[in-house]
Design a protein around this ligand. Sequence first.
Ligand SMILES: CC(C)(COP(=O)(O)OP(=O)(O)OC[C@H]1O[C@@H](n2cnc3c(N)ncnc32)[C@H](O)[C@@H]1OP(=O)(O)O)[C@@H](O)C(=O)NCCC(=O)NCCS
Length: 250
Amino acid sequence: MFSHIKEDISVVFERDPAARTRWEILTTYPGVHALLIHRLSHWIWQHRFYWIARLCSHIARWLTGIEIHPGAVIGRRVFIDHGMGVVIGETAVIGNDCTLYHGVTLGGTSWNKGKRHPTLLEGVVIGAGAKVLGPITIGTKAKIGSNAVVVKDVPDEATAVGIPARIVDQDKNRQQDSMAEKIGFSAYAVSDNMNDPMTKVVHTLLAHIERQDAQLQEVMQQLAKLGADVETDAEVGQAFDLNYINKIVD
Ligand SMILES: CC(C)(COP(=O)(O)OP(=O)(O)OC[C@H]1O[C@@H](n2cnc3c(N)ncnc32)[C@H](O)[C@@H]1OP(=O)(O)O)[C@@H](O)C(=O)NCCC(=O)NCCS
């Protein structure tokens, strides 16, 4: 039990820069209190003293503003920051190392008994006010933006935002970075701020060039097959390689 409390305190230090002392955490963090009481109420629930377990969780709600059904299964090193307004349903499962901010709901979408609340795998972060609804799974280390409403599974390490939540295209920036590097534009570092209209224009042009390059290569390969004397793939590739161009200039 004491090892659990120690862990609870250390995760607050890791995830809340405002935390200063262990005593402060132990006495003023409602998320820590709610989880402590939940461990007790869950244990009582598992021993089938359902009413006492509910009463216990209800008292925790009075004290902390966090409502955790005693049937919910919560892993280790979970941190509920601020906490007020958090609701965690009966069949919810929260994996190790998850973080929930205030106003998060892990709710059901049906009145049927059985599994009807979400499962969060390890390391999930759910932003303030987000609603995660139904028996869906949020993948390992996924992030849910504040105020999102999530009603479908979220893959591992993805970020979901908005209503209904959509997966943020994480590959977009990576692809643009690699493309820019390929044709020698990386030095301009234009790939990050996609809200800048000039950046958008540059990226549209880069995408266009890359498409044309691929088409040109295809045409040349076909011509080579027909016996025409054309540059090889490697030579074409080199033509877009900045180092190669520099070498020629030198
Ligand atoms: C979603 C979140 C985790 C950021 O994840 P990320 O992977 O770093 O994503 P980015 O910041 O690069 O944003 C990606 C896109 O999602 C959008 N976005 C980010 N957070 C959003 C939100 N909560 N709602 C709607 N859109 C959001 C961004 O504008 C961006 O859109 P674009 O691609 O069209 O430009 C973060 O914005 C968030 O909501 N964190 C919760 C923090 C919180 O609740 N804190 C409470 C402290 S008390």
